[in-house]
Write a protein that binds this ligand. Sequence first.
Ligand code: NAD
Length: 364
Amino acid sequence: MATFDILVLPGDGIGPEVTAEGVRVLQAVGERFEHVFNFEQDLVGGASIDADGVAVLPETIEKARSSSAVLFGAVGGPKWDIPTADVRPEQGLLALRSGLGLWANLRPVTAIPALLDASTLKPEVIEGVDLLVIRELTSGLYFGKPQERRVVDGRREAVDTNYYNEDEIARVAHLGFRTARERRKKLTSVDKANVMASSRLWREIVVEVSQEYPDVALEHVLVDAMTMHLIRRPRDFDVVIADNMFGDIITDEASMLTGSMGMLASASLGQLGEDGLGLGMYEPIHGSAPDIAGKGVANPLAMILTTAMLLRHSCGLEEEAQAVERAVMAVIDAGLRTPDIAATGEPSLPTREMADEVLSRLGA
Ligand code: NAD
């Protein structure tokens, strides 16, 4: 019987509503598959600002560091949305990512047949889409120095630096190849090697790492072409790796393929062991949805799919992860909907009842 310590950070808005359902799913997985999940809950984002004056306490980051995984809801809301404020809810998210050294962000995008109409793309384009984008998260353009604005000869100028070293690239490449190996054995590396030195190093290192994975097909795609391919032929992609900025852009583009924000999960991973497992922070990609917070109608499925990623990447419980994913798909196939994914006039379930439907199909 395995034991896992999960730090739960519900955050703001619908964060606590969906996180509560994620915890119930993990508890049910524990009971049905005989594992022990110990939960500890703490504050982050606006809730932490109200209680402690900061978006996350250093003690909370310490607790996260000593846990098996962090389950994160969402942060932010109008109450704290003051552009000039020194303390902002998102700082909690960034402090956790950097404090835990989470250098890879994984965002799976799978088209759900029953929800194809929710996308702005034609159903025949997105049908069968099943891809995973891995974005480098702690280096590159958002962290490189110099990053500054200055005045030179009386003229304003600004500079950002897309710094990468070979270790930072190699670890993302290894994760990409290892993940592709478990899937359809195809890796697409996105760069701008025709123009940028950092991209040429990126490509060189990815090619070097590829020697260890002869069973995985590797292709290089320039980022500008990638943005087109993603909406013209998204089915062709399996695992995609990209640096921090390119990954930022294409993960958002990829998430929109399915058109249903309440269905998408993400994982941020750091130091991984020999077995490919390690501490990770898991969150749905949606925000705190202040417009529906407190009404009990938020879609809990993104959070529930997030727990599947937690089981897979931090606990090594692949069978259990798939059981959760199957239960979610069974609920969708049964025609059950929350308001955000229901067609006009179609009946819908509130948050808790939707999660109950998933729980009743878990392990079935
Ligand atoms: P949002 O994702 O919160 O909401 C966008 C729209 O999608 C809203 O209409 C909302 O009702 C709907 N929606 C989102 N999740 C849903 C769910 N699970 N079920 C049903 N409907 C859902 O994005 P936003 O409105 O741009 O941002 C609101 C707040 O969230 C802001 O303060 C923003 O900074 C914050 N935010 C936080 C995160 C995070 O914590 N990782 C991410 C994005 C936005």
